[in-house]
Design a binder for this molecule. Structure first.
Ligand code: PTJ
Length: 251
């Protein structure tokens, strides 16, 4: 089945199109096989969340947009799943908030780094970082800790969708402000984040962009008020409550 063959009125249309994008990502050497497993895990949480953006995730997306607009050097970190699912949306968000895009892989190979950078360029990216690999995240073994010295290593704010918990904690220790997009509110990475967005990356990235466009003319004081008013614990608790409520709907 291809994405275009899925009828639009199919009740699981969005989910099936998403699966197809991940499959194609694997075929193109962009997404790792582990990415398929990660997608399955994400789908289970998304199903329990009702495959919708919770109000708490929307609030988080607005706080993320404000944080990105206030940043001196924001970087959007792209892995194999993100590249397959939201390449064009990532490029658009980076343009709107003036962020760098850096390929940063859990399973880093030169082939995948190049394939992902090419894929992002095909979707409009002008500059893609990550290939220099001349910086490091201290505390991680070599491949997983490799970043660009003028990219993630120098960033003040990093967007890390579907991030591994160890790396999220290591970036936190480096003093980075982290915006994590992850469907599992119990995962270590959203729990480490300054701004956890518990939502599917396919909904969250365009939503952050929409908020950033809406806030484009806001003053720094207004943006800071949005950031200061955001409560990460409350966002995680709301997502967990939605999942538990949904799991026990039939009780
Ligand atoms: O491309 P690489 O080599 O960097 O590898 C990327 C993956 C995602 C394979 C790697 O980082 C990994 O194994 O991740 P985990 O530990 O499986 O964690 C993935 C997290 O993302 C889980 O908490 C999932 O619930 C969540 N997730 C999966 N799909 C989505 C998602 N969150 C948001 N949107 C999704 N579409």
């Amino acid at each position: 089945m291809t994405g275009t063959e899925v009828p639009r009125d199919h009740p699981r249309y969005a989910s099936l199109v998403t699966r197809h994008r991940i499959e194609t990502g694997v075929d193109k050497g962009i997404t790792s096989k582990q990415g398929l497993i990660a997608q399955g895990r994400g789908e289970a949480f998304d199903y329990l969340l009702g495959e919708r953006t919770l109000p708490s995730a929307d609030t988080a997306a607005r706080a993320a947009a404000a944080r990105l607009l206030l940043a001196d050097h924001p970087v959007f970190s792209v892995n194999g799943n993100v590249a397959a699912l939201v390449p064009g949306e990532t490029v658009t968000l980076a343009r709107v908030v003036d962020a760098d895009i850096e390929v940063n892989l859990f399973n880093r190979t030169e082939e995948r780094m190049v394939a992902i950078a090419d894929h992002l360029r095909e979707h409009g990216a002008e500059e893609v970082k990550g290939l220099a690999g001349d910086g490091e995240i201290p505390g991680l073994e070599h491949a997983r800790g490799t970043v660009d010295a003028d990219g993630i290593a120098a960033a003040d704010v990093v967007v890390v969708p579907l991030e591994d918990g160890d790396r999220a904690e290591a970036l936190d220790r480096m003093g980075k402000t982290e915006i994590v997009i992850d469907l599992n509110p119990g995962s270590r990475s959203p729990r480490t984040a300054d701004v956890p967005i518990v939502d599917n990356v396919v909904r969250a990235v365009p939503n952050v962009t929409a908020h950033a466009r809406d806030l484009a003319d806001a003053s720094s004081a207004d943006l800071e008020a949005i950031v200061d008013g955001f409560d990460p614990e409350a966002a995680l608790d709301a997502a967990e409550a939605a999942i538990r409520g949904s799991a026990f709907d039939d009780d």
